[in-house]
Design a binder for this molecule. Sequence first.
Ligand code: KDO
Length: 330
Amino acid sequence: MPFTMTRRTIFSAIAAFMLASTASNIALADKIKLRLSSPSSATDQRAVALMERFGPAVSGFAEFEPHWNASLFKQGTELEAIARGNLEMSITSAQELAVFFPEFSIFTAGYVHRDAAHQVAVFNDSLMDSFKKKVEDELNVKLLSVMYLGRRHVNLRSDKKVMKPEDLAGVNLRMPGTDAWQFLGKALGANPTPMAFTEVYTALQTGAVDGQDNPLPTVVDAKFYEVTKQIILTSHLVDLNYIAFSKKVWDSMSKSQQDTIQKAADDASEFGRNNQLEKEKSLVSFLKEQGLNIYEPDLNAFRDRVQGMYLKSDFAKDWPKGLLDRVNAL
Ligand code: KDO
């Protein structure tokens, strides 16, 4: 018997479709939307880790929606966006937090963190409790975990042999925009220029700046090696980021959802850290193959000058008494 599309079957088909699509919308609507904004590229190890390890792990109740290359919020404006409820996550930095809470500048000081493991030890130590609580109470942001960005080195357009800070005199060195970053550029001996990460490649290409500083994986991922001639392995900052999460969204979740979010953040941070460390091991030879000169500078000369400048600086006045000793003791 031929199948006849009676009015009844048509209406029941439409009703079934409507019900199904509403149900899926409700299901989606039930999911907590986690928009993340970062100047990082989608191929940076921190981005890969969040997309491969954080997103899937929370997909049962949350929809992770990353926006890379500062496509949703400009670099440095994300924390305020989270505080205002216009964003749920970011990959923030101690430098950005120091704008709101000066004491964070201790984690931006050159030659303090020794390596990736030291960063984790510091972040998990009780010395961080008051820092984390202040960010939650005053900025409505929860710092979930610490991500390893890598050892920052000076990277110049021209093949200038730089062995000590004095050799950077007059060099127009791009640094990210906040005061803590500008001070680091001065402490290295250069003239710092504030500039957003997404503008750096063009500025190097056109000569608007003489150089920049970032870890080797970033120099490769952002293709800075195409428009620079050398790297000085200053290792002046073993740099980190924190996964920043909206406290408002955190408080709206059940305990089990919070545990899932926390574990996913820890797993993503560890996954990204291990991959970044692997990359750092292999990239010196890669960059030499690309024709860059890689210099080993007088590290004591850089460390003495940078540490000396921080200890004499106004930044150090904001550091809780004895904190630097506690960080160094870890
Ligand atoms: C940069 O602007 O040089 C910097 O490395 C600063 C970091 O805190 C972080 O914002 C990073 O850019 C971006 O994630 C891009 O890698």
